[in-house]
Design a protein around this ligand. Structure first.
Ligand code: ADP
Ligand code: ADP
Length: 218
């Protein structure tokens, strides 16, 4: 069974713009699917449809996940809270008792390599570290489905490469179903088990490439 499945999805906005048409794709546990395409081809719309932030005009979208996490490009962190308290937020919203949510937040920060930085506030952290906090906040919910909207697009090259390596290590450990959008072909190839190429206006999927696990990665 698929964690996320889109079948023949078309989205027309009230403005009349058709953002995407006839899009079918799916992802499941242990699959990291990347959608790569130029700006304006409907990638963000696709992710918003997958997360339920938008509804499809036609076609079907099925999600079979207890928890869905979303990671955006700018680390949307609460500036007045420490790294720890940012990651704890998810547990607070769900009413998880304090000790338990602290413990989970600590474990999530450890997973992204931020042990020792729990008390730092976002402005004290580098761009890469802020992105790590965002990742920890997404992972602390133990998502079955993780959606990534070009999360590393604003990072410098070195930090971006570090984050790609980090995300891949975490993915191999956590085995959630991943859907990642980017405009960078090399990033897509590096990260994923399957690359879908999206193109046109409205956007449609024009190619699909499987990436073997043993594909050489630095
Ligand atoms: P991408 O993420 O690939 O850059 P988007 O999904 O952001 O593409 O946009 C695809 C198309 O849909 C663009 O033409 C964009 O202007 C249009 N679009 C996106 N969101 C809206 C909206 N809320 N209302 C109207 N048009 C939109
Ligand atoms: P753009 O983002 O402008 O589309 P590219 O598609 O060239 O640029 O992607 C560059 C990014 O992809 C780099 O920041 C780097 O992190 C990553 N990258 C490029 N080549 C590799 C590689 N061989 N292995 C892993 N990551 C790579």
């Amino acid at each position: 069974t698929r964690t996320l499945a889109l079948e023949g999805v078309t989205k027309r906005f009230p403005t009349g713009t058709v953002a995407l048409t006839g899009v079918s794709l799916s992802t499941g546990a242990g699959e990291f699917v990347t959608v790569v395409g130029p700006s304006g081809c409907g990638k963000s719309t696709l992710l918003r449809l997958a997360s339920g932030l938008e509804t499809a005009t036609s076609g079907t979208i099925e999600v079979s996940a207890r928890a869905v996490s979303y990671v955006f490009q700018d680390a949307t962190l609460l500036e007045w809270r420490s790294a720890m308290r940012n990651v704890e937020l998810v547990g607070e919203l769900r009413g998880v008792p304090r000790d338990e949510r602290r413990e989970r937040a600590r474990a999530a920060l450890d997973l992204v390599g931020l042990t020792g930085f729990e008390a730092q506030h976002p402005r004290q952290l580098s761009g890469g570290m802020r992105m790590r906090v965002s990742l920890a906040r997404a992972l602390v919910a133990e998502p079955d489905l993780a959606l990534f909207d070009e999360p590393f697009g604003a990072l410098d090259e070195i930090t971006r490469l570090q984050m790609q390596t980090e995300l891949q290590r975490i993915f191999r450990q956590e085995r959630f179903a991943g859907l990642f959008i980017t405009h960078s072909v090399s990033e897509a190839v590096y990260l994923s088990t399957r690359v879908l190429v999206m193109s046109g206006r409205p956007g449609r999927i024009v190619a699909e490439v499987q990436i073997p696990w043993d594909y050489p990665r630095p």
